[in-house]
Design a protein around this ligand. Sequence first.
Ligand code: GAL
Length: 678
Amino acid sequence: MTHPARPQWLRRPDNVAPGIAYGADYNPEQWPREVWRDDVRLMREAGVNIVSLGIFSWARLQPAEHTWRFDWLDEVMGLLYDNGIAVDLATATASPPPWLTAKHPEILPVNERGETLWPGGRQHWRPTSPVFREHALALVEKMAGRYADHPALSAWHVSNELGCHNVYDYSDDAARAFRTWLQARYATVEALNHAWGTAFWSQEYSDWAQILPPRLATTHPNPTQQLDFKRFSSDALREHLRAERDILHRLTPDVPVTHNFMIMGGTKGMDYAAWAADIDFVSNDHYLEPGPQAYDELSFSANLTGNIAGGRPWFLMEHSTSAVNWQQINIAKKPGELARDSLTHVAHGADAVCFFQWRQSAAGAEKYHSAMVPHAGPDSDVFRSVTALGATLRELAPVAGATREQAPAAIVFHWDSWWAVEADSHPTDRLRYRQEALDWYTAFLNLGIRADVVPLGTALDGYSLVVAPMLHMVGEPVAKELQGYVEAGGHLVTTYFSGIVDEHDHVWLGGHPGALRDLLGVRVEEFAPLLDTETVTVDESLPATLWTERVQVTGPDVAVLSRYTTGEHAGHPAVTRRTVGEGSAAYVSTRLGPQGLTTVLDGLAAAAGVTSELPPGSRGGVELTVRRRGQERFGFLVNRTDQPLPVTDLPGEPLVGARGRNGELSLPPRGVGVVRLA
Ligand code: GAL
């Protein structure tokens, strides 16, 4: 997070009540003026008190290079303020207007094949283009200058989802910037040659000018070059974020600056754990991925966002009231899901709940994407749910400002390991880093044990149990940190393909899992991935897929907790646990999936002294999360299932939801209760 003297949360207009902010992206440029009046009337009805404005307005604000048109935005800002609605104002730089790309086609991104990505969609700009940067920053100056003192201005929204479509650009601008980034990292070409292992395949460089982004090659480009390009590409966008932010900080020092991250599903290009340092408060966008772990994934993302925000409140900038438009099949939300999804983000620390978007578009690529006011209009289930959620959020006003309470357990998340694990030319291309982490998270949810998802680098000492799934890239400092954690009495669990390489993606020699071998007290000589059609069993009943290994126990005090019972390694260890003083280091050598991990984790958690805080009947069905302010604690109870669930032995008084006849809290399918914990 930026300097603590800077505002760390929304600046609240004098006519907006304190509490949880509620609203949407508002795109009035898509509608005639008459609709704007109707919009603010309905916003008030729904309890909306903030909107994000101007995100895709560049062409409307600057229709030609020397023509600026702010009259319409002035009017909208005024209308919103008069109706008690705050504005999270975008810098409007997300999507360059046609006049700019026509005049300067050299700002257009280029893919790995050397093909230009043309205008027609959005975000068609090179993160490293000096020409784009100049024009974007001129717009930021104009916006900041014009609206600095506007009473509705509550926060700045830099660009939009940086890197959503343009994270990897292979243009000549990118090549130049990549070289500069590499020079800063390695100082000499020799150091780069060593890090990239260029002795292999005659790749040794003798001059910086020879180095390129990993453009389409005859075969697998150099792995460390690919990894560094990922690191560079994340940093290049971060630099753009900082450039916009610096202008806003200079011109409007009292207004906080945020940017909407995409901590969700498969979005992996941006290392948000690092980016969080550059903004005043964290915002996230989240969209559900249909499937059996849809809810768990939402909770996982919200949890990680809350921890990246350092436990402080954050802003849910976008999610959907119902279907999106960009999946293969876009499913509508079931009754209860709209509120459940929003409140799960609140449970994990969001103090603002917004949707994409306010009014469903009649035209354009997102016309089938749901919104707060759907095509059907306000006489609709969606709008009724939206209004009901507005009322619930008002009831939750006392929660605003409360921070996340640390859980007893943690799952470590590491972008570099994610990037490295899913690279090409590996023992199998089926490895899915985030899925493995999510499977462990589901296991925690199944057991009713609270677990934080924390970026690597977070202090671990407060956690009794730490799972580091597929922590593939482990440099010496990380290995030492994990060892220190265990020696101090912590309980560490890690999995297959962890500790294999250092920060340059060089294999630790002497047997796997190199960097963690001694700590775990195991040694593996060869990986044994499985074909898609193969399954082996562990402990006779747990199906294991994707990966196996011949695990040799080498260290002292190592207990074999589970064994392979079929396949090549039948009879050999599958799960081990080494006791180290009061602590321990456990190793899971195969993919067990959410169900198998629930069984394994049950034992590991018990051994670490970590138990569920939920009454036995609610474990698994209900997710418990806690927010805290001083002595005040708020427990969020979310029904993960499609069945009604009573929560008995309620540990406090309900703030949202009501006690039934026997004092229990009845959660409808997908329902949420909030309790002031005693
Ligand atoms: C986000 C984007 C929004 C909208 C939304 C649709 O990626 O920021 O502008 O496109 O997705 O789900």
